[in-house]
Design a protein around this ligand. Structure first.
Ligand code: HEC
Ligand code: HEC
Length: 255
Protein backbone atom coordinates (compact mmCIF):
# COMPACT_ATOMS: atom_id res chain seq x y z
CA UNK A 1 0.00 0.00 0.00
CA UNK A 2 1.11 3.51 -0.71
CA UNK A 3 1.51 5.04 2.71
CA UNK A 4 0.70 8.50 3.94
CA UNK A 5 3.30 10.12 6.15
CA UNK A 6 2.14 11.10 9.64
CA UNK A 7 0.20 14.35 9.75
CA UNK A 8 2.33 17.42 10.19
CA UNK A 9 1.69 19.50 13.27
CA UNK A 10 0.02 22.10 11.08
CA UNK A 11 -2.34 19.70 9.36
CA UNK A 12 -3.14 17.89 12.61
CA UNK A 13 -4.10 21.20 14.14
CA UNK A 14 -6.30 21.94 11.16
CA UNK A 15 -8.22 18.78 11.77
CA UNK A 16 -8.91 19.60 15.38
CA UNK A 17 -12.28 20.91 16.51
CA UNK A 18 -10.93 24.41 16.82
CA UNK A 19 -9.36 24.18 13.40
CA UNK A 20 -10.75 27.42 12.08
CA UNK A 21 -9.04 29.35 14.86
CA UNK A 22 -5.86 27.37 14.47
CA UNK A 23 -5.93 28.07 10.75
CA UNK A 24 -6.01 31.81 11.25
CA UNK A 25 -2.88 31.54 13.37
CA UNK A 26 -1.15 29.09 11.06
CA UNK A 27 -1.91 30.27 7.57
CA UNK A 28 0.66 33.02 7.31
CA UNK A 29 3.72 31.25 8.78
CA UNK A 30 2.79 28.06 6.93
CA UNK A 31 2.63 29.92 3.63
CA UNK A 32 6.01 31.54 4.28
CA UNK A 33 7.58 28.26 5.18
CA UNK A 34 6.21 26.67 2.03
CA UNK A 35 7.58 29.29 -0.35
CA UNK A 36 11.28 28.88 -1.12
CA UNK A 37 13.07 32.09 -2.10
CA UNK A 38 13.82 30.78 -5.56
CA UNK A 39 10.25 29.71 -6.31
CA UNK A 40 9.81 29.78 -10.08
CA UNK A 41 7.71 32.76 -11.07
CA UNK A 42 4.94 30.90 -12.84
CA UNK A 43 2.25 33.21 -14.15
CA UNK A 44 4.13 36.36 -13.32
CA UNK A 45 3.11 39.46 -15.21
CA UNK A 46 6.40 39.60 -17.10
CA UNK A 47 6.20 35.98 -18.15
CA UNK A 48 4.94 35.67 -21.67
CA UNK A 49 5.64 31.94 -21.26
CA UNK A 50 2.40 31.76 -19.29
CA UNK A 51 0.50 32.64 -22.42
CA UNK A 52 2.60 30.88 -25.01
CA UNK A 53 3.61 27.49 -23.77
CA UNK A 54 4.73 25.29 -20.91
CA UNK A 55 7.64 26.56 -18.86
CA UNK A 56 10.97 25.12 -19.96
CA UNK A 57 13.29 23.20 -17.64
CA UNK A 58 10.66 21.89 -15.24
CA UNK A 59 12.34 19.08 -13.31
CA UNK A 60 10.54 15.75 -13.68
CA UNK A 61 8.44 14.72 -10.71
CA UNK A 62 9.92 11.60 -9.19
CA UNK A 63 7.79 8.83 -7.76
CA UNK A 64 7.27 9.03 -4.03
CA UNK A 65 10.12 7.13 -2.38
CA UNK A 66 7.85 5.46 0.19
CA UNK A 67 5.46 3.99 -2.35
CA UNK A 68 5.92 0.33 -3.16
CA UNK A 69 4.36 0.58 -6.60
CA UNK A 70 6.15 -0.42 -9.79
CA UNK A 71 6.21 2.25 -12.45
CA UNK A 72 6.74 -0.35 -15.17
CA UNK A 73 3.75 -2.49 -14.20
CA UNK A 74 1.77 0.70 -13.74
CA UNK A 75 2.49 1.77 -17.32
CA UNK A 76 0.81 -1.39 -18.64
CA UNK A 77 -2.26 -0.97 -16.44
CA UNK A 78 -2.47 2.75 -17.12
CA UNK A 79 -2.89 2.38 -20.87
CA UNK A 80 -6.65 2.01 -20.45
CA UNK A 81 -6.77 5.22 -18.43
CA UNK A 82 -5.25 7.27 -21.29
CA UNK A 83 -8.52 7.25 -23.24
CA UNK A 84 -9.93 9.72 -20.73
CA UNK A 85 -6.96 11.02 -18.75
CA UNK A 86 -4.92 11.61 -21.91
CA UNK A 87 -1.53 10.35 -23.06
CA UNK A 88 0.55 9.66 -19.91
CA UNK A 89 -2.15 11.30 -17.82
CA UNK A 90 -2.21 14.64 -19.60
CA UNK A 91 -5.94 14.94 -20.08
CA UNK A 92 -7.24 16.75 -23.13
CA UNK A 93 -10.81 16.98 -21.91
CA UNK A 94 -11.22 20.00 -19.63
CA UNK A 95 -13.67 18.18 -17.37
CA UNK A 96 -11.43 15.16 -16.83
CA UNK A 97 -8.55 15.55 -14.41
CA UNK A 98 -4.91 15.53 -15.32
CA UNK A 99 -3.06 12.77 -13.46
CA UNK A 100 0.47 13.43 -14.78
CA UNK A 101 2.65 14.57 -11.88
CA UNK A 102 -0.07 14.06 -9.29
CA UNK A 103 1.38 12.54 -6.13
CA UNK A 104 1.14 8.79 -5.69
CA UNK A 105 -0.31 8.87 -2.18
CA UNK A 106 -3.22 11.05 -3.31
CA UNK A 107 -3.89 9.04 -6.49
CA UNK A 108 -3.92 5.77 -4.54
CA UNK A 109 -6.20 7.24 -1.89
CA UNK A 110 -8.70 8.53 -4.45
CA UNK A 111 -8.77 5.18 -6.26
CA UNK A 112 -9.57 3.42 -2.97
CA UNK A 113 -12.31 5.99 -2.31
CA UNK A 114 -13.85 5.39 -5.76
CA UNK A 115 -13.62 1.64 -5.18
CA UNK A 116 -15.38 1.95 -1.82
CA UNK A 117 -18.06 4.20 -3.34
CA UNK A 118 -17.17 7.04 -0.95
CA UNK A 119 -16.26 9.19 -3.94
CA UNK A 120 -19.01 8.61 -6.43
CA UNK A 121 -18.65 8.94 -10.16
CA UNK A 122 -20.41 6.69 -12.67
CA UNK A 123 -17.41 6.73 -15.01
CA UNK A 124 -14.57 6.24 -12.50
CA UNK A 125 -16.12 3.77 -10.08
CA UNK A 126 -16.13 0.84 -12.54
CA UNK A 127 -12.57 1.73 -13.58
CA UNK A 128 -11.33 1.65 -9.98
CA UNK A 129 -13.31 -1.49 -9.18
CA UNK A 130 -11.17 -3.48 -11.62
CA UNK A 131 -7.89 -2.56 -9.91
CA UNK A 132 -6.26 -4.64 -7.16
CA UNK A 133 -4.44 -2.90 -4.31
CA UNK A 134 -1.13 -3.60 -6.05
CA UNK A 135 -2.49 -2.27 -9.39
CA UNK A 136 -3.51 0.92 -7.57
CA UNK A 137 0.00 1.42 -6.18
CA UNK A 138 1.51 0.70 -9.60
CA UNK A 139 -0.66 3.15 -11.56
CA UNK A 140 -0.24 5.75 -8.79
CA UNK A 141 3.55 5.60 -9.06
CA UNK A 142 3.37 5.60 -12.85
CA UNK A 143 1.23 8.75 -13.08
CA UNK A 144 3.25 10.51 -10.37
CA UNK A 145 6.35 10.08 -12.52
CA UNK A 146 4.84 11.73 -15.63
CA UNK A 147 5.40 15.38 -16.50
CA UNK A 148 2.29 17.55 -16.49
CA UNK A 149 1.75 19.66 -19.60
CA UNK A 150 -1.32 21.40 -20.79
CA UNK A 151 -3.43 24.48 -20.94
CA UNK A 152 -2.39 27.92 -19.77
CA UNK A 153 -4.05 30.37 -17.39
CA UNK A 154 -6.76 32.70 -18.69
CA UNK A 155 -5.17 36.17 -18.83
CA UNK A 156 -8.37 37.81 -17.55
CA UNK A 157 -8.47 35.87 -14.33
CA UNK A 158 -5.14 34.55 -13.21
CA UNK A 159 -3.84 37.64 -11.42
CA UNK A 160 -6.75 37.66 -8.99
CA UNK A 161 -6.35 33.89 -8.75
CA UNK A 162 -2.67 34.23 -7.93
CA UNK A 163 -3.40 36.71 -5.12
CA UNK A 164 -5.89 34.28 -3.59
CA UNK A 165 -3.57 31.30 -4.09
CA UNK A 166 -0.66 33.03 -2.36
CA UNK A 167 -2.37 35.11 0.29
CA UNK A 168 -5.88 33.75 0.77
CA UNK A 169 -8.73 36.07 1.66
CA UNK A 170 -8.45 37.32 5.24
CA UNK A 171 -11.95 38.81 5.19
CA UNK A 172 -13.62 35.46 4.54
CA UNK A 173 -11.08 33.38 6.48
CA UNK A 174 -9.64 31.62 3.42
CA UNK A 175 -5.99 30.58 3.88
CA UNK A 176 -3.52 30.85 1.00
CA UNK A 177 -3.66 27.65 -1.07
CA UNK A 178 0.14 27.78 -1.22
CA UNK A 179 0.37 26.56 2.39
CA UNK A 180 -0.74 23.07 1.41
CA UNK A 181 -0.61 22.92 -2.38
CA UNK A 182 2.89 24.45 -2.58
CA UNK A 183 4.46 27.42 -4.35
CA UNK A 184 4.18 25.93 -7.83
CA UNK A 185 1.25 23.64 -7.10
CA UNK A 186 3.15 20.40 -6.55
CA UNK A 187 1.11 19.62 -3.43
CA UNK A 188 2.61 17.86 -0.44
CA UNK A 189 3.42 14.29 -1.47
CA UNK A 190 4.36 13.18 2.05
CA UNK A 191 0.99 14.23 3.44
CA UNK A 192 -0.92 13.21 0.30
CA UNK A 193 -2.08 16.78 -0.39
CA UNK A 194 -2.80 16.89 -4.12
CA UNK A 195 -0.79 18.74 -6.73
CA UNK A 196 -2.82 21.40 -8.55
CA UNK A 197 -0.23 22.40 -11.16
CA UNK A 198 -1.56 22.25 -14.71
CA UNK A 199 -4.88 20.88 -13.48
CA UNK A 200 -7.75 21.55 -15.87
CA UNK A 201 -9.61 24.65 -14.67
CA UNK A 202 -13.02 23.21 -15.54
CA UNK A 203 -12.27 20.19 -13.35
CA UNK A 204 -10.93 22.40 -10.52
CA UNK A 205 -14.12 24.49 -10.57
CA UNK A 206 -16.28 21.36 -10.42
CA UNK A 207 -14.32 19.93 -7.47
CA UNK A 208 -14.40 23.18 -5.48
CA UNK A 209 -18.16 23.32 -6.03
CA UNK A 210 -18.60 19.75 -4.95
CA UNK A 211 -16.53 20.26 -1.79
CA UNK A 212 -18.63 23.35 -1.03
CA UNK A 213 -21.95 21.59 -1.50
CA UNK A 214 -20.77 18.41 0.23
CA UNK A 215 -21.12 16.08 -2.76
CA UNK A 216 -17.48 15.20 -3.33
CA UNK A 217 -17.78 12.33 -0.86
CA UNK A 218 -20.93 10.66 0.33
CA UNK A 219 -22.20 7.98 2.65
CA UNK A 220 -22.53 7.94 6.44
CA UNK A 221 -18.78 7.68 7.04
CA UNK A 222 -17.61 9.95 4.24
CA UNK A 223 -15.50 12.22 6.40
CA UNK A 224 -13.85 9.39 8.28
CA UNK A 225 -13.10 7.58 5.03
CA UNK A 226 -11.66 10.76 3.53
CA UNK A 227 -10.38 12.69 6.58
CA UNK A 228 -8.50 15.24 4.46
CA UNK A 229 -11.75 16.31 2.86
CA UNK A 230 -12.75 18.26 5.97
CA UNK A 231 -10.03 20.78 5.17
CA UNK A 232 -11.39 21.47 1.69
CA UNK A 233 -15.07 21.37 2.64
CA UNK A 234 -14.51 24.33 4.92
CA UNK A 235 -12.25 26.29 2.57
CA UNK A 236 -14.43 25.78 -0.52
CA UNK A 237 -17.56 26.98 1.29
CA UNK A 238 -15.90 30.33 1.90
CA UNK A 239 -14.98 30.95 -1.75
CA UNK A 240 -17.14 33.11 -4.02
CA UNK A 241 -17.91 31.89 -7.57
CA UNK A 242 -15.51 34.55 -8.89
CA UNK A 243 -12.71 33.39 -6.58
CA UNK A 244 -13.26 29.81 -7.72
CA UNK A 245 -13.08 30.87 -11.37
CA UNK A 246 -9.93 32.97 -10.80
CA UNK A 247 -7.95 30.46 -8.74
CA UNK A 248 -8.90 27.63 -11.11
CA UNK A 249 -7.50 29.62 -14.00
CA UNK A 250 -4.30 30.36 -12.07
CA UNK A 251 -3.56 26.75 -11.13
CA UNK A 252 -4.14 25.59 -14.70
CA UNK A 253 -1.14 27.70 -15.71
CA UNK A 254 1.12 26.59 -12.84
CA UNK A 255 4.10 24.36 -13.71
C1 HEC B 1 -14.11 6.75 -19.30
C2 HEC B 1 -13.28 7.81 -18.77
C3 HEC B 1 -12.27 7.46 -17.68
C4 HEC B 1 -11.38 6.40 -17.66
C5 HEC B 1 -11.18 5.32 -18.71
C6 HEC B 1 -10.62 6.56 -16.45
N1 HEC B 1 -11.02 7.67 -15.74
FE1 HEC B 1 -10.26 8.36 -13.99
N2 HEC B 1 -11.60 9.87 -13.97
C7 HEC B 1 -12.55 10.10 -14.94
C8 HEC B 1 -13.36 11.22 -14.53
C9 HEC B 1 -14.52 11.80 -15.32
C10 HEC B 1 -12.87 11.65 -13.27
C11 HEC B 1 -13.41 12.81 -12.41
C12 HEC B 1 -14.45 12.24 -11.48
C13 HEC B 1 -15.08 13.30 -10.62
O1 HEC B 1 -15.43 14.36 -11.14
O2 HEC B 1 -15.19 13.04 -9.42
C14 HEC B 1 -11.76 10.79 -12.95
C15 HEC B 1 -11.00 10.91 -11.80
C16 HEC B 1 -9.89 10.13 -11.50
C17 HEC B 1 -9.03 10.31 -10.36
C18 HEC B 1 -9.14 11.40 -9.31
C19 HEC B 1 -8.27 12.56 -9.73
C20 HEC B 1 -8.22 13.70 -8.77
O3 HEC B 1 -7.49 14.67 -9.07
O4 HEC B 1 -8.86 13.67 -7.72
C21 HEC B 1 -8.07 9.35 -10.42
C22 HEC B 1 -6.94 9.13 -9.44
C23 HEC B 1 -8.33 8.55 -11.61
N3 HEC B 1 -9.45 9.06 -12.26
C24 HEC B 1 -7.57 7.47 -12.01
C25 HEC B 1 -7.86 6.68 -13.12
C26 HEC B 1 -7.12 5.50 -13.47
C27 HEC B 1 -5.92 4.97 -12.70
C28 HEC B 1 -7.70 4.98 -14.59
C29 HEC B 1 -7.32 3.72 -15.35
C30 HEC B 1 -7.27 2.51 -14.58
C31 HEC B 1 -8.80 5.86 -14.95
N4 HEC B 1 -8.86 6.88 -14.03
C32 HEC B 1 -9.61 5.69 -16.05
C33 HEC B 1 -12.69 9.41 -16.12
C34 HEC B 1 -12.03 8.26 -16.47
C1 HEC C 1 -4.72 23.27 4.95
C2 HEC C 1 -4.33 22.65 3.70
C3 HEC C 1 -5.04 23.12 2.45
C4 HEC C 1 -5.26 24.42 2.04
C5 HEC C 1 -4.88 25.70 2.72
C6 HEC C 1 -5.91 24.31 0.74
N1 HEC C 1 -6.07 23.00 0.40
FE1 HEC C 1 -6.96 22.28 -1.29
N2 HEC C 1 -6.71 20.38 -0.65
C7 HEC C 1 -6.13 20.02 0.55
C8 HEC C 1 -6.26 18.59 0.73
C9 HEC C 1 -5.74 17.81 1.91
C10 HEC C 1 -6.96 18.10 -0.39
C11 HEC C 1 -7.43 16.67 -0.66
C12 HEC C 1 -8.79 16.54 0.02
C13 HEC C 1 -9.49 15.23 -0.25
O1 HEC C 1 -9.05 14.21 0.30
O2 HEC C 1 -10.48 15.24 -0.99
C14 HEC C 1 -7.22 19.25 -1.24
C15 HEC C 1 -7.89 19.17 -2.45
C16 HEC C 1 -8.09 20.23 -3.30
C17 HEC C 1 -8.64 20.15 -4.62
C18 HEC C 1 -9.08 18.88 -5.35
C19 HEC C 1 -7.91 18.36 -6.18
C20 HEC C 1 -8.28 17.23 -7.11
O3 HEC C 1 -7.37 16.80 -7.84
O4 HEC C 1 -9.43 16.78 -7.13
C21 HEC C 1 -8.68 21.42 -5.12
C22 HEC C 1 -9.18 21.85 -6.49
C23 HEC C 1 -8.14 22.30 -4.10
N3 HEC C 1 -7.79 21.55 -3.00
C24 HEC C 1 -8.02 23.67 -4.23
C25 HEC C 1 -7.60 24.52 -3.20
C26 HEC C 1 -7.63 25.97 -3.30
C27 HEC C 1 -8.08 26.73 -4.53
C28 HEC C 1 -7.16 26.46 -2.11
C29 HEC C 1 -7.01 27.89 -1.69
C30 HEC C 1 -8.18 28.74 -1.79
C31 HEC C 1 -6.85 25.30 -1.28
N4 HEC C 1 -7.14 24.16 -1.98
C32 HEC C 1 -6.32 25.39 0.00
C33 HEC C 1 -5.50 20.87 1.44
C34 HEC C 1 -5.55 22.24 1.41
Amino acid sequence: MVKRAPLTTASAALLSVAWATALAALAIPAARAAAPEHAPAANTASSSAAATGPAAATPPVTPDPYADGSEQSGATKAAVCFSCHGPNGNSQNPAWPRLAGQNAVYIAEQLHLFKAGTRQNPVMQPMAAGLSDQDIDNVAVFFAAQTPTGLEADPSYWKAGQALYLHGDAASGVPGCVACHGPVGRGNPAAGYPALEAQQSVYVVSQLQSYANGTRYSGPSATTAAPNSIIMFDIAKRLTPEEIRDVASYVQGLR
